[in-house]
Design a protein around this ligand. Structure first.
Ligand code: GLP
Length: 241
């Protein structure tokens, strides 16, 4: 794992955006794996600024988001689809059919998981996948567990995750407690992985991910098995490294 420690959020975001822009510039039909959460917002802002300067195009780019809440429609402001439109897609010429997020409104979750996994397989592999990390070491919505789930699957969110994500909702009761997420094998199938982490609340998870044992109790630790991972952290998140 390559670890890059940057001064602050802006510097982390600038480097992460550079990784995304390089892939988009060098491969017009690139496949991007994308995260949500507070951390990647500035990275998306920078990419949008570059798009507005007409330096890049999205018309042949395909995207796959890591996860989606079950029970939230695309029109729901808290859905990850809505988040992606708000922070990235709506500014660009990306084609709607090239945007992929798990369908949180499906009546058949198992089938949706299989379909989503197949859609990713059908494009070959993601050229680059960006990740955030939960305070408990989750990636996507792969929560600490007794075993790794390889493929796209349904998860029941941990109390800590619901609490932490409740800052985006009016009240904690509104936070869905289930979600669909790529599995760890899906994540590891990306050619390149870039993780972003900001702030002291992530420091413990980052240190365990980098220096701890590979364990499903800290899902991000599985990234030690991938041969092209760059972890970009600010000074606070690097505190225990
Ligand atoms: C959610 C997402 C994760 C993300 C995490 C951290 O749980 N499913 O993909 O990494 O939030 O979010 P933040 O960047 O807001 O700390």
């Amino acid at each position: 794992m390559e670890i890059v420690i940057k001064k602050d959020y802006d510097e982390v975001s600038e480097l992460a955006a550079k990784y995304m822009l390089d892939v988009i510039r060098n491969k017009e039909n690139a496949v991007l794996g994308l995260p949500t959460g507070g951390t990647p917002i500035r990275m998306y802002n920078i990419v949008v600024e570059e798009y507005k300067r007409k330096k890049i195009l999205f018309n042949n780019i395909k995207t796959f988001n890591l996860d989606e809440y079950i029970g939230l429609s695309k029109l729901n402001k808290q859905s990850y689809y809505y988040f992606m439109n708000k922070h990235l897609f709506s500014y660009t010429d990306i084609k709607e059919e090239n945007i992929h997020t798990p369908n949180g409104m499906t009546k058949d979750v198992l089938n949706e998981c299989i379909n989503y996994e197949n859609k990713i397989k059908a494009v070959g592999s993601m050229d680059i996948l960006f990740l955030g990390i939960g305070q408990n070491g989750h990636i996507g919505f792969n929560e600490p567990a007794d075993f790794f789930e390889p493929y796209t699957h349904k998860v029941i969110l941990k109390e800590k995750t619901v609490k932490s994500n409740s800052r985006f909702f009016e009240k904690i009761e509104d936070v869905p407690v289930t979600a669909i997420t790529m599995g760890v094998k899906t994540i590891l199938s990306a050619k390149k992985i870039v993780m972003l982490a900001i702030g002291e609340t992530k420091a413990d998870a980052i240190s365990k991910m980098v220096n701890g044992k590979i364990t499903p109790q800290l899902p991000a630790s599985i990234l030690q098995l991938h041969n092209d991972v760059t972890v970009i952290v600010d000074e606070n998140a690097s505190k225990y490294l």
